[in-house]
Write a protein that binds this ligand. Structure first.
Ligand SMILES: *Cc1c(COP(=O)(O)O)cnc(C)c1O
Length: 380
């Protein structure tokens, strides 16, 4: 089989490689001055007061939830339509993920469903900006304030997105980012915790680094362990790459938006394909481009159509099998099929097409042409 076009891909250029190579020859290959520089730059871009760089988006979630004080027995309201990490990091701390269904248009958590699930044990809401599109934060923050809950935003898809004139990263109590290669910018593996709250910030920094607190007045060697914690540090090598990538963030976002625009226009005339609409007051950095198939109008199921895309050389994906349908969640929390009909209906129809800034015009044309050919083939 020929090399297929992936659904997402990093864009690393000569300038990135040159600057990262310089770090390899420096004194700092673990956590050094570039970590702080990268944190400051991301915080400034997002208009957040504090930033803590960590080893992945997943560890950023673990750090964020820990810093917010989540513990055994707490409940956190989140969406079933997300990557495993949003929820598994809650389970690491003994907290319970309480899913609520998505809005069928935006595919984000439905604020109208949130209040129904709030109990005495609820401590936080963990919304996910699906595909890059920020959630309805006016509503979510209002509910959080009314019930005294924290909002911990999983913005792994949404660095560079804007809600109501505000950049993602400066909206919620705590926001996490991922720098995995398919995300907006990359550090190889990497993530970031953003907050305006000094207490959360200090807890995050401590949790990233073994729970260590230094007391220089007691001696240069002296530190205390305040709690047992992992090593979730990011390296100067990775942060140098992050700094280079951050300079290109706006260019990346513009290109992603252009490609989405081209796709949307091309599929407008194809009633069997439904694209995600950008909600009002929102500018999405578009992390992925999931289409939804009008299966009623097609003679084949999603699986057959998915496999056809793969055979044609298009590396499609499905984002995501809703979390409540995974065996762990049904076994441990009794979730079952039928619990969240909107998330399930979306999932049954979803196929993610390639979207990344380095795509050439010929790649985009190839995806559109192939998608139209496949749909035509299975038209009822
Ligand atoms: C990618 C992703 C994560 C995890 O990030 P990693 O850097 O891969 O650990 C968490 N949540 C969502 C929604 C993601 O897409």
């Amino acid at each position: 089989m020929k090399k297929s076009l992936p659904y997402g891909h990093q864009w690393i250029e000569k300038c990135d490689i040159k600057e990262v190579a310089q770090i390899l020859g420096s004194d700092w290959v673990t956590q050094g001055p570039k970590v702080e520089e990268f944190e400051k730059k991301v915080a400034k871009y997002c208009k957040a007061k504090y930033a803590v760089a960590v080893s992945s988006g997943t560890t950023a979630l673990h750090v964020a939830y820990y810093s917010a004080g989540l513990k055994e027995g707490d409940e956190v309201i989140t969406t079933p339509l997300t990557f495993a990490a949003t929820s598994s990091c809650l389970v690491f701390l003994g907290a319970k993920p309480v899913f609520v269904d998505i809005n069928r248009e935006t595919l984000n958590i439905d604020p109208e469903e949130i209040e129904k699930k709030i109990t005495k044990k609820t401590k936080a809401i963990a919304p996910v900006d699906f595909a890059g599109q920020p959630c309805n934060y006016d509503e979510i923050l209002k509910i959080a304030k009314k019930h005294n809950l924290l909002v911990i935003e999983d913005a792994a898809h949404a660095l560079g997105s804007v809600y109501n004139g505000k950049r993602v990263g400066g909206i919620s109590d705590i926001t996490i980012l991922s720098f995995h290669p398919v995300k907006t910018i990359t550090t190889g593996e990497g993530g970031m915790v953003l907050t305006n709250n000094k207490v959360f910030y200090e807890r995050a920094k401590r949790f990233r680094n073994h729970g260590i607190v230094k007391y220089p007045q007691k001696g240069g060697w002296y530190y205390e362990i305040k709690e047992p914690a992992p090593n979730y540090r990011l390296t100067d090598i990775q942060c140098m790459l992050g700094i280079c990538q951050l300079r290109k963030l706006e260019k990346f976002v513009t290109r992603r938006r252009q490609i989405v625009d081209i796709y949307n226009k091309a599929f407008k005339s194809v009633p069997e394909i439904r694209s995600i609409k950008e909600a009002g007051r929102v500018k999405s950095a578009w992390h992925i481009y999931p289409i939804q198939l009008a299966l009623e109008k097609l003679s084949a199921g999603r699986k057959e159509i998915f496999e056809r895309f793969q055979k044609e050389g298009i590396g499609v994906q499905v984002h995501y099998l809703p979390l409540h349908l995974h065996s762990f969640y049904s076994n441990k929390f009794n979730y079952k099929k039928g619990d969240f009909p909107n998330a399930e209906d979306y999932y049954e129809r979803a196929i993610t097409l390639p979207l990344f800034p380095k795509m050439k015009k010929s790649d985009i044309d190839f995806v559109i042409k192939t998608a139209k050919k496949i749909i035509n083939n299975y038209k009822k």
